[in-house]
Ligand binder design. Structure first.
Ligand code: DX5
Ligand code: ZN
Length: 221
């Protein structure tokens, strides 16, 4: 199974975003995770189209855009034009999941759905075959640097099963509190793509940290 490490630029130094993204790339980051927050779906504001454009100019790696916003469909066109490769919307903020996933795909972008810790997997059961990505939140979204919620591991395991049963080859991503202490459990449970903000950017050597996280995801003999 492919392992992807996706550093979240929410924890980067915004005065030196280009430098920090280049550093992630040099460290072997597979994707760059971009957290868009609107102060309504989550209690925090982050950034929007200008930062996505700036990130696009700084890297050739896929931009994995996580929309923590209400009415996400208002932003699809602009964000795809700005360079998003994956757009992930929250099931809790998108009552018309089928329509929104189809719209994202129509724009030529990969389409993902994120689930908050309190949202059951059944929220995506009917659209599993449409997903390019399923994101299991392992913290309540809104801030970087939060503590990993342990019961997420069981949900990842069930998500793996659900995707396999649906014959889906969707990426299974986990986001929140991923570190050397938590990544291996998530990998063993069946996740393949790992967002890491604080673990990478607060590390003494952020570049090496990306490799250290990846090294913990190894097939058991
Ligand atoms: C949380 C965001 C995350 C965040 C992860 O609301 O969706 O992507 O940046 O940060 P860490 O890895 O520090 O928990
Ligand atoms: Zn995120």
């Amino acid at each position: 199974m492919t392992v992807r490490i996706a550093p979240s630029i929410l924890s980067a130094d915004f005065c030196h975003l280009g430098r920090d993204i280049a550093m992630c790339e040099a460290g072997g980051a597979d994707w760059i995770h971009v957290d868009v927050m609107d102060g309504r779906f989550v209690p925090n504001l982050s950034f929007g189209v200008k930062v996505i454009e700036a990130a696009r100019r700084s890297t050739t790696r896929p931009l994995d855009v996580h929309l923590m916003v209400v009415e996400p469909e208002r932003y699809f066109d602009d964000y795809v034009k700005a360079g998003a490769d994956v757009l992930t919307i929250h099931a809790e903020a998108a009552p018309h999941l089928d329509r929104q996933l189809m719209r994202i795909k129509e724009l030529g972008c990969k389409a993902g759905v994120a689930l908050n810790p309190g949202t059951p997997l059944s929220a995506i059961e009917e659209v599993a075959h449409l997903l390019d990505l399923l994101l299991i939140m392992s913290v309540n979204p809104g801030y970087g640097g939060q503590r990993f919620i342990d019961y997420s591991v069981d949900k990842i395991e069930r998500a793996r099963f659900l995707l396999d049963q649906a014959g889906s080859s969707a990426v299974l991503e986990v986001d929140g509190g991923i570190s050397r202490d938590t990544i291996e459990r998530c990998w063993r449970a069946g996740a393949d793509t790992f967002v890491a903000g604080n673990a990478v950017f607060a590390a003494a050597d952020p570049q090496a940290e990306i490799g250290a996280l990846r090294a913990l995801c190894v097939e058991s003999a």
